[in-house]
Design a protein around this ligand. Sequence first.
Ligand code: UDP
Ligand code: MG
Length: 321
Amino acid sequence: MDSVGILYMVVPCYNEQEVLPETSKRLREKYISLIDRKLISPKSRIVFVNDGSKDDTWNIIKNLHETEPQFFSGVNLSRNCGHQNAVLAGLTAVKDICDMSITMDADLQDDIDTIDNMVEKYNEGFQVVYGVRSARKTDTFFKRFTAESFYKFMNAMGAEVVYNHADFRLMSSRVLQELANYREVNLFLRGLVPLIGFKSCSVYYERAERFAGESKYPLKKMISFAVNGITSFSTKPLKMITNLGIIMSVISICAFIWAFIVKITGLSVHGWSSTMCSIWLIGGLQLFCLGIIGEYIGKIYSEVKQRPRFIIDEFINKNEN
Ligand code: UDP
Ligand code: MG
């Protein structure tokens, strides 16, 4: 590399007033050390994306920018668009002014020291560097179990994601330019980035506890996130419905033969319970399958409308120095 790259950190924030002072302090220290070690350019910035927070988050971000514009920038979204869209909004805002970007959550669960490794990998020529959790010691058993099942289920359903990698990753500006060409509304970045390709690698870190405040990803949101990921990246559930239909047809042929034998041997009429059971079973299966198909139709519906995925109200950034 002839010159050191400009790094833009993108940090989505939704009601994060409790953690922002600490997050900004630690990221600032990290930036100073990276600049001192000539790993990144002094033109690098930390961009906090305010995802329609109801608390003081945006005021805190504005203050940070006003007092130290050489470190902090901010993007204000017009309303809450969700984590994935907030990340994309930040990346879109910085894609033409940086050489590399790192996305990270605001709650300090991702190890800040991993940033050094990511930047080193970028300097070695990698375009995408995934942050992968090596341990989840501090997560509760429930969170760990649900999160790990999430990755296994996703892969089993045909949506290939990097195991134990959340949205802590480095992407070069080249990758960001390509990412901008993916126009899907149902955004699932973890599935999308591997599709873009380019030379990529992983770095490992231990996931810490949330620094303060509560998780914005309760189980309900996690399930809908998984459903979104699967239906956006795989048609396997539709194939499973077809297979289920074939199996059910085979079973019903057997049942028919059985019923016929019972009839000619003169043992008929008992069988009320088996009739009832099959009605319930088939009814349930049909509803389930209709539901899966509906899920895909709903997705087509939101994709064809092509509504903007986020609206940036303001981007505060001073990049002259
Ligand atoms: N977040 C966001 N918009 C939302 C929900 C969450 O920008 O609608 C941000 C949040 O501020 C945090 C990150 O996404 O920086 C991850 O959220 P959280 O830590 O609550 O999720 P968890 O780590 O518990 O899965
Ligand atoms: Mg978190």
